[in-house]
Design a protein around this ligand. Structure first.
Ligand SMILES: Nc1ncnc2c1ncn2[C@@H]1O[C@H](COP(=O)(O)OP(=O)(O)O)[C@@H](O)[C@H]1O
Ligand SMILES: [Mg+2]
Length: 226
């Protein structure tokens, strides 16, 4: 489902004398349906960079990234948008929402965008918000003023609304209490059981141990200084 081959990535800092930072060289891993792979490695190893390349936000200099049969290194922007709508979900570390959109719509939106009937989309959104303990009194409000933990749970509800065949999770359990963390890990287990291929960053070793089938140490792909 997710295939990374011989991936290299460097950043050129044009405003700092065009200094080049080499982050990845020869990165390679695969994630099959129903499998969860955890990216590990110390801060600055390139975990978030790998995630952004997988989501099509960063273009790699070399190598191949394929998700659900779509080659991200060659895909047109339109194909990447279709991939994100249908196949590839991403729970980022922080919720980014359009102001004034009610929480229930924020969560149902990925389903509505796929053409799911309003009733079914909102039933799913309500179910997820209930499971993630967002009080019903908040559902009609925009999440922009919610606490950090509430925003993160809305973000997770949105990310799990559609059963994406491939899912990227950046620290989905950070800053959650034990009960909500357990719910999120259960959602991940359910997604795996439904056949999703998942790549996650989990700083919490216990959470990682529960859902990850394998670990990929991104530090292994740090280029060796010439
Ligand atoms: N947009 C960017 N421009 C320049 N350098 C970047 C950019 N994004 C990441 N980097 C650099 O790439 C390296 C890896 O960063 P990152 O992927 O965020 O690591 P991690 O998530 O493992 O902590 C760091 O040295 C970071 O400074
Ligand atoms: Mg990071």
């Amino acid at each position: 489902m997710i295939e990374v081959e011989n991936l290299s990535k460097s950043f050129t800092l044009h405003n700092q004398g065009s200094a080049v930072i080499k982050v990845l060289d020869g990165a390679a891993f695969r994630v099959g349906p129903g499998e969860c792979v955890a990216l590990t490695g110390e801060s600055g190893a390139g975990k978030s960079t790998v995630m952004r390349i997988l989501y099509g936000n960063y273009l790699a200099q070399g190598g191949r990234v394929s998700i659900g049969g779509v080659d991200l290194t060659r895909a047109a922007p339109r194909e990447i948008l279709a991939l994100r709508r249908e196949t590839l979900g991403y729970v980022s570390q922080f919720l980014r929402v359009v102001p004034r959109v009610p929480t229930l719509e924020v969560v149902a939106e990925p389903l509505l965008a796929l053409g799911v009937e309003d009733d079914a989309a909102f039933v799913r959104a309500r179910d997820l918000l209930t499971r993630l303990r967002i009080p019903e009194t908040l559902w009609s409000l925009s999440p922009t003023t919610f606490s950090g933990g509430e925003q993160q749970r809305v973000n997770i509800a949105r990310g799990f609304a559609h059963g994406y065949p491939a899912l990227l999770l950046d620290e989905p359990t950070a800053s959650l209490d034990a009960t909500n963390r357990d719910t999120v890990l259960t959602l991940i287990e359910e997604a795996k059981a439904a056949g999703a291929a998942i790549v996650g960053i989990f700083h919490d070793a216990e959470a990682r141990g529960r859902v990850a089938d394998r670990e990929v140490d991104v530090g292994r792909f740090t280029p060796v200084a010439a």
